[in-house]
Ligand binder design. Structure first.
Ligand code: GLC
Length: 745
């Protein structure tokens, strides 16, 4: 077969060159030698072609700014990567052009946003983060990788690791919430899930830490908006998950759309060249976001595509996604001596290295296996994994009425609301090739769970976002006729995600009014929320005694929700992001600074609002269970931690309720006095444990110097001898406290 002949010829060629180079350059890794052997053969045009990424024009995930003949562009050696192409057959067709019809036959790399699933869609990442279950989160990414690679994909533009404290920003859906410690742990879990320990394996794929950096700090929570934060805050809040992903070996990074300190991130040498490739010594590949190279000119810091291309390649952006700047401008810039070819070589080296590491040079069709695609897609095993993930992503916000879990005494259950019989909106906005026809929605899940033991009476009640109240009477009639009303409210899947910032984040349309009318009937209510961001739920919290945050849980949403509603699983989720009382309170988060005038009741001249509390409606780390967990006193193995030693923190936790359950035991610290202000609490450890009713277990954490360090604006990690407070509990507001002194040797 032509392909086999090509591979043997090329490999022989590269191996010979490898041997030669090996003798000359000492011990070089096989990949590096093979990269060099290819780079040496390439013309400047071919090198720049590798730095160009174009989208499949049928599946755009951004605004198309240029129109082109894809196949001719590939044949001309002007394409290194494509995005939004999937399927064993379709990827094979494009790969055959690159491998058979170009001079050097360098294979393409195919990427897509496999953010939380390919076809077997798992919960949105913000929901998964509320599980605090790193093993399940890793498994969820592995399920996605297994399915996507069976469909010819090599590279996912995930995990999104942007920390954010602003629920008006629609992309909170994609991340891990507000905390850098939890965000870092989850970033690592997702990278490991996607990449496994061998990128060349047929069921693993290159991951991409995005969006580098600070994208979650857009002013006003407005999409793509200006980001202007101190370097201190950048380094202590927004960079840690990226550093953790780099440390975990993430294969690629993606630069962000936003400007940072006056410079667009995609053209920021400070961010990419100095921090990522300099301080962190990152040797992976950096891709721009969609047309973010071209947008450098729109930001107003470059003259047209040529200036944008120069700034981006100088900054260290290796590949231009759908910006068409590199492919059209770089050759001229190099020939005129404005851009040094060494920058091109560095970028192309990183791109080629990734393709070698994925095994694409050895077998460009390794991932184009239609048989495996059929076997792997939506398998029962994958659905089971996603259901387990979904169950643990659910957060019980209120259970004051004690009606959960629903017992079998409820024979007539009203199921009301625009999210009840709605498979599509369970998928979330970044659902790759997810399809509503593969979703078990809430109505299906509950009907399957109750079987003949109860009757479900459904009424939609209202739309997600309209002022049409014509469905109210039927919904009220149904509620009155039943023993309990399960009311499913929230957002549609495109109210969050990219391009979905919202200035008002109460329940859209007339959903709250519907809830108020059902409340008037006196029928007990279980409020199920399906949303992609924290919402303003002040009225709901005050008037509804049973509230369950279900997020957007993917293809197994209905089954997972039924598992929790009827007690097959005792909810264990803890919020990864705070819910505000009102939009006016944003940003509100748990790891706030003390200020010089911390809040005191009845005092005027202290840090407070006259019309709203300081604390959030629901805090980061908060979530209820059907049982209760009681924490004993913290025991420290010493009241002093000497630099270089370890301090053991032990806390007994008892399940004092009537259900077995999982609890996320959280450890926070406070650095009482430091060179810069420190938060009143910082998450520095957590462990998810399972306790049978009546069971007690001592949870042990170990603290050492790295846990107590912080970063200064100049990037130095430092620590200060002195008093530290340590807190342990099931959320940051209900904790046991102890103190210790940190001392130098
Ligand atoms: C989008 C997103 C980015 C995504 C890329 C490719 O604009 O910002 O997260 O990976 O384009 O779809």
């Amino acid at each position: 077969m032509k392909t086999n002949r090509w591979i043997s010829t090329f490999c022989i060629g590269s191996i010979c060159m490898t041997c030669g180079i090996g003798n000359l350059a000492g011990a070089v890794t096989p990949v590096e030698a093979r990269v060099d052997s290819v780079l040496r053969l390439m013309t400047l045009t071919e090198k720049i072609g590798q730095m160009n990424q174009i989208s499949n024009t049928e599946e755009l995930t951004g605004q198309q700014i240029e129109y082109f003949d894809t196949k001719e562009l590939i044949k001309g050696g002007h394409v290194g990567s494509m995005l939004n192409v999937s399927g064993a057959e379709q990827t094979r067709r494009y790969q055959e052009i690159a491998v058979n019809d170009t001079r050097l036959r360098i294979p393409l790399i195919f990427g897509m946003d496999i953010v939380h699933g390919f076809k077997t869609i798992s919960p949105i990442p913000l929901a998964e983060s509320c599980s605090w279950n790193l093993d399940l989160i890793e498994q969820s990414a592995r399920v996605a990788a297994s399915e996507a690679t069976a469909a010819g994909l090599h590279w996912t533009f995930a995990p999104m690791v942007d920390i954010t404290r602003d629920p008006r920003w629609g992309r909170v859906i994609e991340g891990a919430g507000e905390d850098p410690y939890l965000g870092s742990a989850i970033a690592v879990a997702r990278v490991k899930g996607f990449q496994g320990d061998d990128l060349a394996a047929h069921n693993t794929m290159a991951a991409c830490a995005k969006h580098f950096a600070g994208y979650g700090a857009g002013e006003g929570g407005r999409e793509y908006n200006t980001v202007d934060i101190s370097e201190q805050r950048l380094r202590e809040l927004y960079l840690p998950p990226f550093a953790a992903a780099a440390e975990a070996g993430v294969a690629t990074f993606m630069t962000s759309f936003n400007e940072l300190m006056g410079v667009p991130a995609t053209g920021s040498s400070f961010l990419v060249r100095d921090i990522l490739k300099g301080e962190w010594n990152y040797d992976g590949m950096v891709v721009s976001d969609w047309s973010s190279v071209a947008e450098i000119a729109v930001h107003g810091v470059a003259e047209g595509k040529s200036g944008a291309a120069r700034l981006a390649v100088t900054a260290g952006c290796d590949m231009d996604m759908e910006g068409h700047c590199y492919v059209s401008e770089l050759e001229d810039l190099v020939r005129r001596g404005i851009v040094d070819e060494s920058l091109i070589d560095d970028a192309v080296r990183r791109i080629l290295r990734l393709k070698f590491e994925l095994g694409l040079f050895d077998d460009p069709y390794r991932y184009c296996d239609a048989g495996r695609e059929a076997r792997e897609t939506l398998s029962a095993e994958k659905r089971d994994a996603v259901r387990a993930m979904a169950r643990e992503s659910i957060v019980l916000l209120e259970n004051r009425d004690g009606i959960l879990p629903l017992s079998n005494r409820y024979k007539n259950i009203a199921l009301i609301g625009p999210l009840a019989d709605n498979p599509d909106d369970m998928l979330g906005s970044w659902c790759a090739l997810g399809n509503g026809k593969n979703v078990v929605d809430i109505r299906q899940g509950i009907e399957q769970a109750v079987g003949e033991s109860a009757t479900i009476h459904y009424a939609k009640g209202c739309d997600i976002e309209s002022d049409d109240r014509s469905g109210f009477p039927e919904a009220i009639r149904v509620a009155k006729s039943c023993d309990v009303a399960v009311v499913c409210l929230g957002e549609d899947r495109f109210m969050s995600g990219e391009g979905a910032s919202r200035a008002k984040i109460t329940l859209p349309g007339v959903q709250r009014e519907l809830l108020q009318e059902i409340k008037e009937t006196g029928t007990p209510i279980v409020l199920l929320l399906n949303n992609g961001r924290p919402l303003v739920l002040d009225w709901e919290k005050e008037h509804i005694g049973t509230i369950v945050e279900c997020w957007q849980l993917g293809v197994e949403a209905g089954n997972a929700i039924a598992d929790v509603l009827f007690g097959a699983y005792n909810p264990s989720g803890k919020l990864a992001m705070s819910f505000p009382y009102t939009e006016g309170q944003i940003p509100v988060y748990y790891n706030y600074k003390n200020t010089g005038r911390p809040y005191e009741p009845e005092m005027r001249y202290v840090s407070h609002y006259q019309d709203c509390p300081n604390e959030p409606l629901y805090s980061f780390g908060y979530g209820l269970s059907y049982t209760r967990f009681e924490y004993g006193a913290i025991e420290l193995d010493s009241d002093t931690l000497v630099e270089g030693n370890t301090l053991r923190v032990t806390v007994p936790v008892t399940n004092t309720g009537n259900y077995d359950g999982d609890e996320v035991v959280q450890l926070y610290i406070r650095d009482v006095c430091a060179r810069v202000t420190r938060p009143v609490k910082e998450l520095k450890g957590f462990e998810k444990i399972t306790l049978k009713k009546g069971e007690t277990r001592s949870v042990v954490f170990e603290l050492s110097l790295p846990d107590l360090e912080y970063v200064l604006a100049d990037g130095r990690r430092v620590w200060d001898p002195g008093m530290f407070e340590v807190f342990v509990g099931g959320n940051p507001d209900e904790v046991k406290k102890a103190e210790f002194m940190l001392v130098a040797k």
